[in-house]
Ligand binder design. Structure first.
Ligand code: SF4
Length: 218
């Protein structure tokens, strides 16, 4: 296969995004939240856990600790009891409490709205920071999770397992105003159609644009 030029790859990425926009007009963050604090908690809980499970746990969590100040003063064992079903509960409980303490002590109780500040918080990496920036603060963010990594490679838009490199590569292919929603669309496509180990290529709206398609008609 001839090597694809940068311009051709950019055009393909834009067309992929356009088709996914039509396919998933209601794509959105699946984690239920009302503000930056709630989305931060939910995103930390979502590591190695389904969004559905997180959404079952967060109502009790937010009723028990409605603000960063409440969470900063919480007992770690109590946090563990509430979040146990999301897995990795020891680590998550420490991160959640540490995050809340830092939000109180370093940011006056308000979740910061910048990438550099967000990634300083315990339990917050670039993916989580981009989720918060894009979905709460209106700052474009490409949240590279496992679906984004897998599909970016399958689609030949980016290469490798390094999420930061993939984020930067995708960022050059798509305009910033599309970053947040592109993440949501790709994640929805990865859950519904391009499922790991059993992709439904024949039903895929972007199959003509995908170098990894496995099809009975091509
Ligand atoms: S054509 Fe197949 S491998 Fe490519 S994105 Fe669609 S479902 Fe995934």
């Amino acid at each position: 296969m001839p090597r694809e030029s940068k311009a051709a790859r950019r055009a393909r990425a834009i067309e992929i995004n356009a088709r996914l926009t039509r396919e998933y007009p209601h794509a959105a963050c699946a984690l239920v939240h009302n503000d930056a604090y709630q989305l931060l908690v939910a995103t930390i809980l979502s590591a190695q856990c389904t969004d559905k499970r997180v959404n079952l746990v967060t109502p009790r969590f937010f009723a028990t600790w409605p603000t960063p100040a409440d969470l900063a003063a919480a007992d770690v064992d109590e946090i563990i009891e509430v979040i146990r079903s999301t897995g990795f509960f020891n680590h998550k409980a420490k991160s959640l409490k540490g995050m809340a303490v830092m939000v109180i002590e370093a940011y006056g109780g308000r979740v910061p709205a910048g990438l550099d500040d967000l990634v300083r918080l315990p339990g917050v990496g670039r993916k989580t920071a981009n989720v918060i920036l894009g979905n709460v603060f209106g700052v474009p963010g490409l949240a590279v999770d496992t679906h984004m990594l897998r599909l970016s490679n399958l689609l030949g838009l980016a290469r490798g397992r390094d999420a930061v490199k993939v984020e930067h590569t995708l960022g050059k292919l798509l305009p910033p105003e599309e970053w947040t929603m592109f993440s949501h669309r790709i994640i929805e496509h990865g859950r519904k159609v391009c499922i790991a180990r059993r992709p439904r290529c024949d039903e895929c709206t972007i199959n003509e644009l995908c170098p990894s398609r496995k099809s009975t008609f091509t």
